[in-house]
Write a protein that binds this ligand. Structure first.
Ligand code: DP6
Length: 346
């Protein structure tokens, strides 16, 4: 008997960065992210539970992609504890992204959250559980997604997600992300994110290796305290639309700190490129000249995410077309926005 499940799951962009972990993707500090919409993974998982030996086939955009298999294998092994049927199952994953692989856009968050969703769904089918998709179900999926890739646990919630324990937020946890939509002003629900692809080359240092380098960084504990303090400040700034100056200050500081951490280690590395720095200066100049509250954030790579309120979408598009496009590899950028989280595909 073959069981199957199909889900679409989005990428997310962290405003407060997760950088440094212990155990199995347990974060050293809380992180807070916008869930995206245009950048997502669509996945179909087909499982024969009693196949005998475990067996994995992974197709990406319809063709085998052996380079993705090791990370998925590690994830499936971790999942055996929660889903023992995986030990004897034949698993086929058919996955595709809306954004090109190699565009420098992190795919692990959308892919691992999609896989966690499909696995949970199939686990419910195997155990003849009534798939009540309630709050607890989403937290369970988030916890599983974390085992695949830390940032993936935030992709399962609409609009915003908070991952990591904060003493004054009782529902917060290091094990999974919690939804953070109701806690922010509706003004942010349709915030925009234009992703400027500065380089489409493969990263020289993976996020996983980057996290590991935090272990012997002399400034690590200061960074974790700072991230906690910034999380609180951002939580407060997100409560209304009239604290955009504070929102911008925290977002940009977090982005620059992330890359500063990479440069401060004992084995320093740099993922930003000359184009990244040029765009940052353009953002500062444009904001000063126009008063349009656009700011930037970065993930672990050279690409720049421009964050701005929906009402400025036309202005920002004009500015990208006239000025910023020259810094984009092959003129490539993606107009994304805050989204509503994963969806089952029928
Ligand atoms: C800079 O979640 O990709 O994007 O847990 O090892 O899979 P692993 O790392 P990953 O790290 C993401 C780092 C980041 C910041 C963030 O998304 O919070």
């Amino acid at each position: 008997m073959t069981l199957s499940s199909s889900w679409r799951s989005p990428s997310n962009i962290a405003l407060i960065k997760y950088w440094g972990k212990h155990g199995v993707q347990l974060p050293q500090n809380p992180s807070l992210s916008f869930t995206l919409e245009a950048c997502h993974t669509a996945m179909k998982l087909s499982v024969i539970p009693e196949k005998g030996d475990q067996d994995l086939t992974f197709l990406y955009q319809g063709s085998p992609r052996p380079s993705f298999v090791p990370k998925i294998k590690v994830f499936l092994e971790l999942m055996e504890e929660h889903m023992p049927w995986l030990r004897h199952a034949s698993v086929e994953i058919d996955s595709s992204n809306t954004f090109p692989h190699g565009a420098g856009i992190a795919s692990s968050a959308s892919a691992m959250s999609a896989l966690a969703l499909c696995l949970t769904d199939i686990d419910d089918q195997i155990n003849a559980r009534q798939s009540t998709i309630d709050g607890a179900w989403w937290l369970r999926v988030s916890q599983y997604a974390r085992l695949g890739s830390g940032s993936a646990c935030r992709s399962v919630h609409p609009v915003m997600a908070l991952w990591g324990q904060l003493t004054r937020v009782t529902k917060s946890s290091d094990e999974y992300a919690v939804p953070w939509k109701e806690e922010i002003a509706p003004f942010f629900h349709d915030y925009r994110d234009t992703i400027l692809v500065v380089s489409a080359a493969e990263k020289s240092v993976s996020s996983t290796a980057g996290h590991a380098l935090m272990r012997d960084l002399p400034y690590a504990s200061t960074r974790y305290d700072e991230a906690r303090a910034n999380t609180w400040k951002l939580i407060n700034a997100l409560r209304s639309s009239d604290q955009l100056d504070e929102f911008i200050r925290i977002c940009e500081s977090e982005a620059l700190q992330l890359h500063a951490l990479m440069m401060m280690g004992r084995s320093p590395f740099m993922l930003i490129a000359p184009g990244t720095v040029s765009i940052i200066h353009e953002v500062w100049r444009y904001r000063k000249e126009t008063n349009i509250p656009v700011c930037f954030t970065l993930d672990a790579g050279p690409n720049v995410h421009l964050l701005y309120p929906a009402q400025y979408a036309d202005d920002v598009r004009r500015w990208v077309d006239e000025v910023l496009i020259r810094y984009c590899a092959n003129g490539f950028f993606i107009e994304d926005r805050v989204g509503n989280g994963p969806e089952r595909i029928l």
